[in-house]
Design a protein around this ligand. Structure first.
Ligand code: SF4
Length: 720
């Protein structure tokens, strides 16, 4: 078979990064898209040559037969038909102009993605504010780590997922990890935990499931879903009572401890055992492992964060880290394990509803002035904050409560919301009620299948740009191949649309390096300051082994900032802030009608909504369908056997799974992964209750019941 891709003429081996998770493993590519060898780059200091199965097989998506290779437009017959780029872009521009003329600029919305490069994230935010002048842009990263981000900003003054390099993990004496299953989601990270263990360190994992990560822990705290803040307060109660807190650090580097001390006094161990289900002896052991360690870390993942109390949960664990004097000390601290490929960079450059580039607030007059000057527009022309991700999706095609039209036309770039959003039955209905939907993707995802226009976009190995990994390390995504004929990169698409909308002079770039340079100027002086980072500077580091530059990097001679908070916190007082946080119940708890907790998560061989990974044969063979995990006693109660089909129902709807019976889960809880669509979408069931601060939906907890059903035969392996 002759490849439709053109190999760059000088291609021997190109070093770039994996398209999937925030670990951003470096990989060396050799060959052609039809016959690509991928190996982990041994010299990259993050993955050190390791890849997981998703990385090894990532090349299969490039030459995949189902890949979109031409724009599609919905015709009068209701079907999608191939179209030229010119016709597709003109139809999009006309639809946006018509919508604006009829309803105003806020009636056009944008939904971006946490896997887009920094350049695309930045450009999408600028496109919304300058070309469309709409406030309504948000992205699927809101569903990822927005609770940890909001908590970090409130307590520490800034959000960088890990404010220290991964190598510090190996030196920590004790690590407490909450709601993260890293052994499956980013397996190469486990080498740091293995090194920590070899150095004599201890790992505590808190999770309702005995996950592969928890199986490697010295102590597993099998807490009841939604009781994270009670667990934190209980641990801090013991640490205070037993004199294990760092009084000097609290006095010198923090403020607001007394209300927290008073609050945690009411979280005595017996009470916390009743709330969390974690035995008192385990609480004592965990507190002593943390309190007696010379160095310790607390790391949170989606389990603790994807809740309607997500910000409070993270704040409560930051309280523990501050009370122990961990933050800013070697091999210690608090960090969030970001999930999506560019989950970190994607949240810094303006595709969030409330932000401008550099992690600035769109409501901050100084930030608006600065960014407007870089963009060459009047600051008055910049819209204010828009709707958060779920609120944006929920508003589609219907009037807002204030009587305005709501969003009538939507551009989705790099997101498959019909699978990955909460309460997707409602989201699908809302998308169908739009006047116009355009989706840019590699494949005809479940969301793209609903669109009026579908644009085929370039993939990871076909584009230039930068990504920012979970440590805040800015790295280069390099192009190995030009995209197949008929496929364009999203940067070109955004700029062409801007020209058609009459704003092209603001989107006139010769290459992505020029976009990155503008991003740097727009970020200058902001919390996420990239102004001292250039492509050349990153490339130079690739040749001396340093590999990437950590933000903030505020000037050309600045080396970057691998470790933060050694000398203070970027708050008004320079001190970190405690927050007194009470345990509060999740939005929905089990009752007589829905007697079980349902929690959701990820599988080793799938990534996010599965648009790519469900199409890759090796991955699909490993996990061809979503398995609903339940305890043997729960299964016995319902007369269900291993491998039986089961229907799980919540107040939102029903979804079908195959049962996996395992003792690795609590009796009161069932688990299902979220990588599948249609009747196998667990997000048909999830609760869109939002955290009041981060607007994070409560993916991790809802009340469910089980119904037995007849076996179903999948329509097609992997893709449904
Ligand atoms: Fe590495 Fe994550 Fe890619 Fe796996 S999915 S190879 S852990 S970047």
């Amino acid at each position: 078979m002759i490849s439709e891709h053109t190999v760059e003429p000088d291609l021997r081996t190109i070093t770039t990064h994996c398209p999937y998770c925030a670990f951003q493993c470096s990989m060396d590519l050799a060959g052609t898209p039809d016959d690509l060898q991928i190996i982990g780059s041994a010299s990259f200091p993050v993955n050190k040559g390791a890849l997981c199965i998703k990385g090894w097989t990532a090349g299969a998506a490039l030459a995949h037969p189902e890949r979109l290779r031409t724009p599609l437009m919905r015709g009068a017959d209701g079907e999608l038909h191939p179209a030229s780029w010119e016709a597709a872009l003109e139809r999009i521009a006309q639809a946006f102009l018509d919508t604006r003329a009829a309803y105003g600029p806020e009636a056009v919305g944008i939904f971006g993605g946490g896997s887009l490069t920094n350049e695309k994230s930045y450009l999408l935010g600028k496109f919304a504010r300058v070309a469309l002048q709409t406030p309504n842009i948000d992205y699927n990263g809101r569903f990822c780590m927005s609770s940890a981000a909001a908590a970090s900003i409130r307590a520490l003054g800034i959000d960088r997922g890990l404010p220290f390099p991964l190598e510090d993990i190996a030196g920590a004496e004790t690590i407490l990890m909450l709601g993260s299953n890293s052994a499956e989601t980013m397996p190469p990270i486990m080498q740091y935990f293995e090194a920590q263990r070899e150095n004599g360190g201890k790992l505590i994992v808190a999770d309702p499931r005995l996950t592969p990560t928890a199986q490697r822990a010295d102590l597993h705290l099998r807490l009841i879903p939604g009781t994270d803040a009670a667990l934190a307060n209980g641990l801090l109660h013991i640490l205070v009572r037993d004199g294990l807190i760092d009084a000097d650090y609290i006095a010198e580097r923090t403020e607001g401890f007394e209300p927290v001390r008073n609050l945690v006094a009411t979280y005595w161990p017996e009470r916390v055992e009743r709330i969390t289900g974690v035995p008192e002896a385990q609480l004592l052991r965990a507190a002593r492992m943390l309190g007696s360690a010379a160095s310790a870390m607390i790391l949170t993942g989606r389990g603790a964060e994807q809740q309607s109390q997500g910000v409070n949960n993270v704040l409560s664990f930051i309280n523990v880290a501050l009370a122990l004097g961990l933050i800013g000390h070697p091999n210690s601290g608090y960090g969030c394990l970001t999930g999506q490929g560019n989950g970190q960079g994607g949240r810094e450059h303006g595709q969030k509803a409330d932000q401008l580039p550099g992690y600035r607030l769109i409501t901050d007059p100084a930030a608006r002035r600065h960014v407007a000057a870089v963009w060459g527009v009047d600051e008055e022309s910049l819209p204010g904050p828009g709707k958060s991700a779920y609120e944006l999706l929920d508003s589609l095609g219907r009037p807002d409560s204030d009587g305005s039209s709501g969003v009538r036309a939507l551009l989705v770039m790099g997101s498959n919301v019909v699978v990955s959003a909460p309460n997707v039955i409602n989201v699908e209905k809302r998308l169908q009620s739009l006047d116009f939907l355009v989706v840019s993707d590699f494949f005809l995802s479940e969301t793209a299948a609903l669109a009026d226009v579908v644009l085929p976009s370039a993939q990871w190995a076909e584009e230039e740009g930068t990504m920012t990994n979970l440590e805040g390390r800015v790295i280069r995504r390099r192009r190995a191949f030009v995209p197949p004929a008929g496929v364009r990169d999203d940067v070109t698409t955004i700029c062409k649309l801007a020209w058609l909308l009459g704003k092209g002079s603001h989107f006139d770039y010769s290459d992505t390096g020029e976009i990155f340079a503008e991003l740097g100027r727009a970020s200058a002086g902001g919390p996420a300051d990239y102004s001292g980072i250039t492509y050349d500077k990153i490339e130079a580091q690739y040749s001396d082994g340093a590999r990437g530059i950590f933000w903030p990097c505020p000037g050309p001679d600045h080396p970057g900032t691998p470790r933060m908070f050694a000398d203070g916190f970027p708050t008004a007082s320079g001190k970190a802030k405690f927050h007194a946080v009470r345990h509060a119940a999740p939005a929905e708890e089990p009752d007589a009608e829905y007697p079980l907790y349902l929690t959701t998560g990820r599988n080793l061989a799938q990534y996010q909504s599965g648009t790519q990974t469900r199409r890759i044969a090796e991955l699909s063979e490993m996990t061809p369908m979503p398995l609903a995990e339940m305890h043997p006693l729960t299964a016995q109660r319902y007369g269900i056997g291993d491998g039986d089909p089961v229907r799980v129902c919540t107040r939102r709807g029903a979804a079908d799974f195959t049962v996996k019976i395992t003792r690795n889960i609590r009796e009161d809880t069932i688990f299902a992964p979220f990588h599948w669509g249609g009747m196998q979408a667990v997000n048909r069931l999830t609760n869109p209750a939002l955290d009041p601060t981060s607007r994070m939906p409560e993916f991790k907890i809802c009340a469910a019941r089980i119904e037995t059903i007849s076996p179903v035969i999948p329509a097609k392996a992997g893709i449904q």
